[in-house]
Design a protein around this ligand. Structure first.
Ligand code: SF4
Length: 402
């Protein structure tokens, strides 16, 4: 059983921090480099200073589980049609004004973390539910680095792969350790200007670009990118063209890019929803700049969500939002019409999960051995019978991945 080094308070010891001359400690996990006095929490809220060290306060606790189609992450070229067990924790290291999961990313309520979730239980649940992978999503997994890695290890032990849905705002050393345990990632590239990142997320663009290049060049992690287009903020044709040109040049034309529709949320209620024409324009630009796989998201648009062979122009994977239609790849993952190989982690046949979403009560998958050996949680979460857990499960089934 995976058992981390718990501190006396029940938090988990971490590695990426340093001591400062003034007695504070600095968290070195992400570029924010929060400087903390004992008892203080970082901007992400889940890492804190305790007895002269930085600890993780949310190991083994989740804000809810749900089985999703892998297309919802979104990943269109990683085991298409298969089920993925999705979960998140609480907190976030960005401060996006347009956050679509602000109930957990901005949570300061410990009751948000209603589900106790040991790594082996997550893996057992994924296996029993027929999932091919587990996704760290809903909030950014880099802030629960140690827990995400422990879950990924437990999943790999039983043949379940791991998926990170992340904004990629993480420092180089922890980044290398984190992605060494991932099989696929969807990185949220929120815009292609430093001005947008500073004004709307209180972070910076360059570390995200470095993460994207790191994943592509230094790992075997399958990479896709999501760009949420916000009217008047990051949707100009010039910015989209710059972004796509950078992806082609630095990451390669086989990197799928998803242009998804914004809806007014959290602290950005003054912007309209993204028109379908803007999504179509972005996809057109992406293809013109040389990207082979460009998709629109958060809308129904079979023509622009299906995978088209860049060799012959035939539609090889039909897709409508999260549901697959016709499958026209051969047993090697190549176009059945012309034999051009499609990029990705593709098998002879697609999965058959469909577009369903299934909220999961993780306690149902706790093994007797694991339950007997389980460490006490730092702060006892609500019981499975509590109304708060039911609420968290209902929320999990509605959450957005980006
Ligand atoms: S991970 Fe959290 S505590 Fe650490 S630097 Fe980033 S925001 Fe601050």
């Amino acid at each position: 059983m995976i058992t981390p080094a718990f501190t006396p308070s029940g938090a988990v010891a971490t590695r990426y921090w340093s001591s400062l001359p003034d007695g504070r400690v600095q968290c070195d996990l992400c570029p924010r480099a929060c400087k903390l006095q004992d008892g203080q929490r970082g901007l992400c809220f889940v890492r804190a200073a305790e007895d002269g060290a930085v600890v993780l306060t949310t190991w083994g606790r989740s804000s809810g589980f749900c089985v999703d189609p892998i297309e919802k992450k979104p990943l269109n070229h990683f085991l298409p049609g298969t089920a993925v067990l999705s979960f998140g924790t609480a907190g976030c290291n960005l401060a996006c004004q347009f956050c679509q999961n602000h109930d957990i990313s901005k949570s300061r309520e410990i009751d948000t973390l209603a589900d106790q979730a040991r790594p082996e239980t997550v893996a057992a649940a994924a296996l029993a539910l027929g999932c091919r992978s587990v996704a760290f999503t809903y909030n950014d997994p880099v802030i629960f680095h140690e827990y995400a890695i422990d879950v990924a290890k437990a999943c790999h032990d039983v043949g379940i792969r791991s998926v990170a849905v992340t904004a990629g705002y993480v420092s180089p050393e922890p980044r290398a350790e984190f992605f060494a345990h991932m099989d696929a990632a969807n990185v949220d590239l929120k815009a292609f200007t430093e001005d947008f990142y500073v004004r709307h997320t209180r972070s910076h663009l360059q570390p995200v670009l470095e993460t994207l290049e790191y994943i592509r060049r230094e790992t075997s992690v399958w990479l896709e990118i999501t760009v949420l287009l916000i009217p008047g903020e990051n949707d100009s044709s010039a910015e989209i063209a710059d972004l796509c040109r950078w992806v082609v040049e630095r990451l390669g034309p086989d990197t799928p890019v998803h242009f998804t529709a914004f809806h007014p949320d959290f602290r950005m209620l003054d912007k309209p929803a993204t028109p379908a024409a803007t999504l179509a324009m972005a996809r057109r630009i992406a293809l013109a700049e040389g990207l082979r796989y460009a998709y629109v998201g958060n809308v129904h648009d079979l023509g622009r969500q299906s995978t088209v062979c860049h060799g012959c122009g035939e539609r090889v994977i039909e897709r409508d939002w999260h549901a697959l239609g016709a499958w026209r790849l051969d047993g090697r993952g190549a176009c059945a019409f012309c034999g051009t190989p499609m990029a990705g982690v593709l098998e002879a046949r697609p999965g058959a999960w469909g577009a369903r979403r299934l909220p999961v009560r993780l306690a149902d998958y706790e093994t007797e051995r694991g339950a007997a050996q389980a460490e006490p949680a730092p702060v006892q979460p609500s019981t499975s019978a509590s109304p708060k857990l039911s609420a968290s499960k209902r929320k999990a089934s509605r959450r957005s991945d980006q």
